[in-house]
Write a protein that binds this ligand. Structure first.
Ligand SMILES: Cc1cc2nc3c(=O)[nH]c(=O)nc-3n(C[C@H](O)[C@H](O)[C@H](O)COP(=O)(O)OP(=O)(O)OC[C@H]3O[C@@H](n4cnc5c(N)ncnc54)[C@H](O)[C@@H]3O)c2cc1C
Length: 307
């Protein structure tokens, strides 16, 4: 089995930036990802990435990917889900769904995924009325009634996106008050298409012919009622994709990988991490790109010390 200088796990902006920097150091690096793009690919229009007044997230990813692929020493393998990472005689063994890889160092950049409600039928209805991304699926709510679940910035943003296309939008919030940007909250509070339901929980998803037809909700007094809707957008937070690595690196209470802020090294020598998977508080594209680059610089230094 050939040994790589570094294996990068992940396909988002942090992983791609790491690959770009390692490629420029002419390190034998391999990026393994289930899919390329991560959250940036579904972010829609991005207006806070330096150098671009406005750019579509998927376009930004394809630009970085083609920049990486120009570098001969770095390869990308897509469709590979990493299932384990362990140390074996001074290097690291990385098991994918159908292949095992070996490397002198590892960069984990696996980001995060949407938290689910855990209601019966949620999995089967995903794509048939249940969505976790208003930016991606908002247009499907055109002329329909939509429910958004959540009470933070993402839920508020999703509600705004949907009010532009849907006939009616209900925002179901378990808490009394919404949190996030005040300006946005005021905008949705004054939008006649939107009804905010505070201290309300979702009890059940209702179906008709295997597609979503409504939801059962419970209000602050414990009274249940039915809301007719054809789409529901779940915006209740994120879970770091760190389970696979919990045996080998230290995680914080939020299950994020703890890194040394100077070098991006984890608690395990030779394993580095970057982007939303880490305990770095700012979860932004430009930060993930910078952290990927910073980690790669430290990895190159680590490899020089081994050489
Ligand atoms: C809808 C939306 C809009 C946003 N808008 C903006 C914005 O306008 N501006 C901004 O700065 N930020 C925005 N963000 C946040 C930004 O997109 C993230 O902070 C950034 O993309 C994080 O990048 P990352 O590479 O760390 O992780 P991710 O983008 O989460 O990428 C992680 C990658 O790892 C892969 N992966 C995970 N586990 C495994 C595994 N076991 N094996 C193989 N591969 C794996 C995933 O498939 C994915 O490709 C937005 C996010 C969303 C969801």
């Amino acid at each position: 089995m050939s040994e790589y200088d570094c294996i990068i796990i992940g396909g988002g902006v942090a992983a791609l930036s790491g690959a770009l920097y390692l490629g420029r150091y002419q390190r034998k690096a391999l990026l393994l990802a289930d899919t390329i793009g991560g959250q940036t690919a579904i972010a829609g229009t991005i207006e806070n990435y330096p150098g671009f007044e406005s750019i579509n997230g998927a376009d930004l990813i394809s630009k970085i990917k083609s920049q990486v692929l120009k570098l001969k020493s770095t390869q990308i393998e897509e469709g590979v889900k990493i299932e384990s990472l362990s140390e074996a005689s001074g290097s690291f063994e990385i098991k994918g769904n159908d292949k095992t890889y070996r490397a002198k160092s590892v960069l984990i950049a696996t980001g995060k995924r949407h938290r689910k409600l855990g209601l019966d039928g949620e999995g089967e209805l995903t794509g048939k009325g249940v969505s976790y991304c208003a930016t991606c699926d908002g247009p499907f709510a055109k002329g329909k009634k939509a429910v958004v679940v959540g009470g933070g910035n993402s839920a508020v943003e999703a509600t705004q996106i949907l009010s532009k296309v849907a006939d009616r939008v209900y925002l179901v919030n378990i808490n009394e008050k919404l949190s996030g940007e005040k300006v946005r909250i005021e905008q949705i509070e004054s939008d006649k298409k939107i009804e905010i339901l505070p201290q309300t929980t979702l009890v059940r998803l209702l179906t008709d012919n295997k597609t979503l037809s409504g939801v059962r909700i419970k209000n602050r007094n414990g009274n249940e009622s039915m809301l007719e809707c054809q789409m529901i957008f779940i915006e209740i937070g994120w879970i770091p994709n760190s389970e696979t690595f919990a045996q080998i690196v230290n995680l914080n209470e939020e299950k994020e990988i703890i890194i040394d802020p100077k070098t991006n090294q984890t608690s395990q020598r030779g394993i580095f991490a970057a982007g939303d998977i880490t305990d770095v508080p700012a979860k932004q594209i430009v930060v993930a790109a910078g952290e990927g680059a910073k980690a790669a610089i430290a990895i190159n230094q680590f490899l020089e010390n081994l050489d």
